[in-house]
Design a protein around this ligand. Structure first.
Ligand SMILES: CC(C)(COP(=O)(O)OP(=O)(O)OC[C@H]1O[C@@H](n2cnc3c(N)ncnc32)[C@H](O)[C@@H]1OP(=O)(O)O)[C@@H](O)C(=O)NCCC(=O)NCCS
Length: 185
């Protein structure tokens, strides 16, 4: 992608100092979703959860030319509402709260965030990457299906609106270490 060649996406672990930046990227995403008539991410952000994830070192920030443009959280927390022991939850890492600022969408940055997550999964000896997507958001589910994810099933947990489950298996050939355009530190 032309854009990356000129200005690479730098993905780094976020710290507490980045909390308001992360919030603003997620709020930008929820405003975009609202403008599309989606009910996804329309409740107030659970700040304590983000703080907790920052504490655990599982939140990442993507920057282009020093500007924060994207975020993703990757951890080993298999949500018990969605994944059961039959899914061998310990074989995977799980991604949450992936978002790219509206002005930077459509350039494949989502793929770069996912490649970063794949690398983390490999480094921790996992063979899969998993996520739960908003059940009613077919557009988002199409996005994942088109970007190398396999649909697993939809779980209709009563008190949850997410639950369309996707996963991707990591193969030895996938070596995201040197993917053009990403610099990791
Ligand atoms: C998902 C995301 C990170 C991908 O960023 P990207 O690589 O720049 O890709 P794009 O934004 O161009 O999205 C690709 C396509 O998926 C669609 N899409 C992405 N997220 C969507 C969503 N939440 N709802 C509906 N459609 C969505 C886009 O409209 C776009 O469709 P198009 O190709 O027909 O224009 C970004 O779209 C985003 O921040 N979405 C909102 C937050 C979100 O839903 N995150 C996932 C939570 S599990």
């Amino acid at each position: 992608v032309e854009f990356h060649r000129r200005q690479p996406l730098i993905i780094r672990r976020a710290s507490h100092k980045d909390l308001s930046t992360i919030q603003s990227i997620l709020q930008d995403a929820s405003a975009w979703l609202q403008s599309k008539g989606s009910d996804q991410w329309q409740r107030p952000l659970k700040i304590e959860r983000i703080e907790n994830d920052l504490e655990n070192g599982s939140v990442y920030l993507g920057e282009i030319d020093g500007k924060p443009v994207a975020t993703i959280t990757v951890d080993d927390r298999a949500d018990p509402d969605f994944w059961s022991s039959e899914d061998c939850p310990e074989q995977a890492l799980y991604l949450h709260r992936m978002a790219v600022r509206s002005a930077y969408r459509g350039k494949g940055l989502g793929d770069l965030l996912i490649q970063h997550a794949e690398q983390l999964a490999k480094e921790s000896g996992r063979s899969k990457l998993r996520l739960d997507a908003w059940r009613t958001n077919k557009g988002l589910q199409r996005y994942y299906a088109m970007h190398g994810w396999t649909y697993v099933r939809t779980v209709n947990a009563e008190h949850r609106q997410s639950g369309a489950l996707f996963e991707r298996c990591l193969t030895v050939e996938d070596t995201p270490n040197n993917v053009a355009g990403i610099v990791q530190r």
